[in-house]
Design a protein around this ligand. Structure first.
Ligand code: NAP
Ligand code: ZN
Ligand code: ZN
Length: 393
């Protein structure tokens, strides 16, 4: 299969244009990153061609595609991908809902697999080990955020696992819907062999994205905590909040998910369309985590916070959310956001999960089912994360 490449400057122009169209800071290219001065630092002819699944446009279904992976550098870990989770961000990105996607796009940032090669300076991994890769594959490592272990908030933007500039081969990075990946060991996570590997994959995004804010806002015993939306992120948030000792209330638009929510660890379930039920919880929450992927009324949840309570957004709906000022100022409420987690915290989360037997509830699919899986995810028909068995690619 022929590999499609774009002229780099043309790609930069396209990305820059896309960035003008969006105020979303997250993924995309980082032209200002000093590390990017050395694009193509590796010889392209060293690259291996491997199988992947890609979207060629915002409206095309994902299909087979060949990509290149760089040769293993001295600090690199080469991983044969065994499982990759399907995050709603993959769908947002594939369909260009954030106006920044570079095509062809190979999504996937919930990656687990086996190490098949290591560079001579690699300390943490050896061939045969299990390993994970999440949403980032590099960052500047020198800015104040990176120095504090907050690589996800790198002042030059982290290099995302897909749809960022590939500083080694040129073009953009390609994600985990593929046979293998080569990543600097600083961005590779250790994975326990005690847990079901397919069910570990979603921890690399859904897990850390919910663990990090629950820790940051010190969720624990004696607190009343709300989780909004029982999807991939939401079901992990319920598990963590319960494990940390909080009283957990799950808000859902899907009454049929109630029994699952209780099984996953919620103490109470509220169907958010039922105003009477919502009113019973007015002014009572210490903390609410909102993991909803689509437009919804955020004010309905701000009103449930008590004095000094915090609502933290992790969901990334395409359109802006409207906030009524009185809902914030009335009880000195706080409205915050949170993006994935740093590498050290991701390792902490994986170790916590291994120690407490926490994994994601997954439905394992073949790569050929991924387009159907996207449609089912949009309809809320996933319990509670699709994970692709990469053997099928
Ligand atoms: P998901 O599995 O599709 O779950 C989203 C849930 O939101 C659904 O299960 C549903 O829960 C609820 N929902 C969907 N449409 C809704 C609507 N119109 N009104 C109200 N509720 C609705 O998605 P996910 O993978 O968990 O991702 C959730 C969001 O987080 C996405 O936007 C994703 O891009 C974002 N994300 C952010 C980060 C970060 O770093 N901040 C990381 C990963 C993902 P109920 O059926 O229970 O209502
Ligand atoms: Zn994700
Ligand atoms: Zn940085």
């Amino acid at each position: 299969m022929k590999i499609k490449t774009h002229h780099k400057s043309e790609k930069f122009e396209r990305i820059k244009t896309a960035r003008h169209r969006t105020n979303l800071r997250s993924a995309s290219l980082t032209i200002s990153n000093p590390r990017f001065g050395n694009t193509n630092g590796h010889d392209n002819h060293d690259a291996a061609v491997i199988k992947a699944y890609a979207a060629q446009s915002a409206t095309a279904a994902l299909g087979p595609f060949a990509i290149r992976r760089r040769d293993v550098g001295v600090h690199d870990v080469q991983i044969e991908i065994l499982y990759c989770g399907v995050c709603h961000s993959d769908l947002h990105m594939v369909r260009n809902e954030w106006h920044q996607t570079v095509y062809p796009c190979v999504p996937g940032h919930e990656i687990v697999g086996r190490v098949t090669g290591v560079g001579r300076e690699v300390k943490k991994f050896k061939e045969g080990d299990l390993a994970g890769v999440g949403c980032m594959v590099d960052s500047c490592r020198t800015c104040s955020s990176c120095q504090q272990g907050f690589e996800q908030y790198c002042e030059h933007d982290p290099v995302q696992t897909y749809n960022s500039e590939d500083t080694h081969l040129g073009g953009v990075t390609y994600g985990g819907y593929s046979k293998s990946i080569v990543v600097d060991e600083a961005f590779v996570l250790r994975v326990s062999d005690k847990l079901n590997l397919a069910a570990v994959a979603p921890l690399l995004c859904a897990g850390i994205t919910t663990y990090s804010p629950l820790r940051r806002w010190k969720v624990g015993k004696g607190q009343k905590v709300g989780i909004v939306g029982l999807g991939g992120l939401g079901h992990m948030a319920v598990k963590f909040a319960r494990s940390f000792g909080a009283h957990v209330v799950l808000f859902t638009t899907s009454p049929e998910k109630g029994a699952d929510a209780i099984r996953l660890g919620a103490h109470e379930v509220v169907v958010s369309k039922d105003q009477g039920e919502m009113n019973k919880h007015l002014n009572s929450f210490d903390f609410i985590l909102d993991a909803v992927s689509a437009e919804h009324d955020i004010n309905a949840y701000l009103n449930l916070l008590k004095l000094d309570g915090t609502l933290t957004l992790v969901g990334l709906p395409q359109k802006p959310l409207g906030i009524a000022a009185f809902n914030l100022i009335g009880r000195r409420r706080q409205f915050a956001g949170s993006m994935i987690g740093g590498i050290a915290e991701t390792q902490e989360m994986l170790d916590y999960c291994a120690a407490h037997g926490i994994v994601s509830d997954v439905e394992v699919i073949s790569i050929a089912q991924v387009n159907e899986a996207y449609e089912r995810m949009l309809k809320g028909q996933v319990k509670y994360r699709f994970v692709i068995d990469m053997e099928s690619l």
